[in-house]
Design a protein around this ligand. Structure first.
Ligand code: NDP
Length: 439
C-alpha cells in the first residue's frame, strides 16, 4: 500500500522486513491468523508537536517535534532523538520501525520508538541549542518516563543535547530518574555508552569475519560519517590493528591512506564542531573530496579500495553504483553503523555476492543495548566499571550475530544475515504480542 511519497523510507524499511517473513509465516501460519503483520506496521502512538524557541537575536522560530511510540511488547519504548533539517514524520516512522526489531535482537527488555525534530543544529550557538532542547522537552516530558519511554541520542543529539533535555525534564517533573540515556558520566550516564554503537559495529564485523575464519587485523577499512558512531568505530578499528582510511561529513570525504588521525577528528567534530575540510590544515598530504566532486550516482567514500566498510553516517548513503564499486575494489565485509545506509539495490547486490553483510538493525544494536545497561544501572542506583559494560557489549554483539546466523541457516539461506535478523527480531516481538492479547 504505497500511498504516501512522504513515507518512502518507511516503506523501504517495512518492505525489507516483510519480504523476509514469507518463509516464517509459511511455516507458522498462526502469525497470519493473529494479524501480526497488520498490527506491527502501525505505531501504537505517534505524537506530533510544535516547538517554539527564541534565537540569540530575539527572533521566534517554530519547528516540528515528533515521538513515535511504535511497539511496547518487549518493554518501554526505546530509541533516539534526531535533530536534522531533513527529518519528517516518515523518517521518524522508518527509524522507529527498525528500532522494534533491533531492540528485540539485543535480547533485552526494550520496545521500539524514535523521535526528533526538523531543527538544524548547524551554526546555532550553545544557548540556542539549550533553548531549543528546553522547548522540545517542554512538550515531550508528558509522554516519557523511565518505565514507559526512554529516548536517547541520534544524529544531531549527543551528550550536550541530552544534558539540556534532562535538565528540563527534571525542572518540569521534579524527578531525577533514568528517563534519557547517553547522560554525562557524573550524573547517571554509563561508561561505554558514547562508544557503544561504533565499537559494537566493529565487534559485529569481527564476528562476521571470524565465522569465515578471518579477522580485522591488518585490514584497510572505509568509514563514512564523522559523528558519534564513525569516531568510535575508527577508535576500535585502531585498537584491533586495522587501518581506517576514510571518514566523511555532509560536506565531503577525507581519504588519508596512512590512517585517519583520530585525535584530530575528535577535535574537529567533538570540540570545534567544524567541517572535515579543516583536516587538511594538519595533513596536507591527505585528500579531501567535496560533495560537489562526488560521482553523480553515489559517494566518494565508497570508491576507494579497501577490505571492510562501515557506513556510519545516514540512510541511503550507499547506492547501487557505490555497492558495485565496493565489490570491484575488493571490499568483502560490510557492517552498518548507521540505520539503513544501503539502498535496497545495494543490499540485493551484497546478498547476491554472499559477502559478509551485517544490516544496521543487527550491526548497530550495541548502542541501544548499552542504553538499556544504562537504564539498569539507573534503576539499581549503580555505576558499573567500563570493563563490565564492554564485556556485556561484546557478548551481546556475539549473541546477535549468532542469532542472525542460526536463523538464516534454519530458513535455508545461511549467509543471509538480513533474513536472519528480520525473522529472529520479528519472532520475538510477534510471540510477545500474541501472548499479551489483541490490542
Ligand atoms: P552524529 O550526528 O554524531 O553524526 C552524523 C554524521 O553523519 C556527521 O558526520 C554528519 O555530517 C553526517 N551526516 C548526517 N546526515 C548526513 C547526510 N544527510 N548526508 C551526509 N552526511 C550526513 O550522528 P550519529 O553518529 O549518532 O549517527 C549516525 C548514524 O548512526 C545514523 O544513521 C544513526 O541513526 C545511526 N545510529 C546511531 C546510534 C547512536 O548511538 N548514536 C545508534 C544506532 C544507530 P556533519 O558532521 O556535516 O553534520
Amino acid at each position: 500500500k504505497h500511498s504516501s511519497p512522504a513515507q518512502a523510507e518507511f516503506y523501504q524499511a517495512a518492505e525489507e522486513v516483510l519480504e523476509c517473513l514469507r518463509p516464517l509465516i509459511e511455516r507458522f501460519p498462526h502469525y497470519h491468523d493473529h494479524s501480526i503483520i497488520e498490527r506491527i506496521v502501525e505505531p501504537e502512538r505517534q505524537i506530533l508537536f510544535r516547538i517554539s524557541w527564541v534565537d540569540d537575536a530575539g527572533r521566534i522560530h517554530v519547528n516540528k517535534g515528533y515521538r513515535v511510540q511504535f511497539n511496547s511488547s518487549l518493554g518501554p519504548y526505546k530509541g533516539g532523538l534526531r535533530f536534522h533539517p531533513s527529518v519528517t514524520s516518515g523518517t521518524i516512522k522508518f527509524l522507529g520501525f527498525e528500532q522494534i526489531f533491533k531492540n528485540a535482537l539485543t535480547g533485552l527488555p526494550i520496545g521500539g520508538g524514535k523521535g526528533g525534530s526538523d531543527f538544524d543544529p548547524k551554526g546555532k550557538s550553545d544557548n540556542e541549542i539549550m533553548r531549543f532542547c528546553q522547548a522540545f522537552m517542554t512538550e515531550l516530558h508528558r509522554h516519557i518516563g523511565p518505565t514507559c519511554d526512554v529516548p536517547a541520542g541520534d544524529i544531531g543529539v549527543g551528550s550536550r543535547e541530552i544534558g539540556y533535555l534532562f535538565g528540563q525534564y527534571k525542572r518540569l517533573t521534579g524527578r531525577y530518574e533514568g528517563v534519557l540515556t547517553g547522560k554525562g558520566l557524573n550524573w547517571g550516564g554509563s561508561f561505554g555508552r558514547k562508544e557503544a554503537t561504533g565499537y559494537g559495529a566493529v565487534y559485529f564485523a569481527q564476528n562476521m569475519l571470524a565465522a569465515r575464519g578471518d579477522g580485522l587485523k591488518g585490514k584497510t577499512c572505509l568509514v563514512s560519517g564523522a559523528g558519534n558512531v564513525a569516531i568510535y568505530a575508527i577508535e576500535k578499528l585502531y585498537e584491533l590493528d586495522a587501518l581506517p582510511v576514510t571518514c566523511s561529513d555532509s560536506r565531503g570525504t577525507v581519504y588519508d591512506p596512512k590512517g585517519i588521525d583520530l585525535d584530530l577528528l575528535k577535535q574537529l567534530k567533538e570540540v570545534r564542531r567544524t567541517s572535515l575540510e579543516d583536516y587538511l590544515h594538519d595533513h596536507p598530504d591527505a585528500q579531501y573530496i567535496s560533495v560537489r566532486d562526488y560521482p553523480q550516482d553515489g559517494h566518494a567514500v565508497w570508491r576507494i579500495a579497501a577490505d571492510v566498510a562501515f557506513p556510519c553516517a545516514t540512510q541511503n548513503e550507499l547506492t547501487e553504483a557505490d555497492a558495485r564499486s565496493l565489490l570491484s575494489q575488493g571490499v568483502y565485509c560490510i557492517s552498518e553503523g548507521a540505520n539503513m545506509p544501503s539502498t535496497k539495490q545495494a543490499v540485493d547486490l551484497f546478498l547476491e555476492e554472499k559477502i559478509a553483510y551485517g544490516p544496521g538493525k543487527a550491526a548497530n544494536a550495541g548502542g541501544v543495548a548499552t542504553s538499556q545497561l544504562e537504564m539498569a544501572q539507573n534503576s539499581g542506583m549503580e555505576q558499573w566499571p567500563i570493563e563490565k559494560v564492554d564485556e556485556k557489549l561484546q557478548q551481546i554483539m556475539a549473541n546477535i550475530h549468532q542469532q542472525c546466523a542460526t536463523t538464516a541457516e534454519e530458513f535455508g539461506d545461511p549467509t543471509n544475515l538480513v533474513l536472519g535478523a528480520n525473522i529472529a527480531g520479528f519472532k520475538k516481538v510477534a510471540d510477545a504480542m500474541i501472548e499479551q492479547g489483541v490490542m
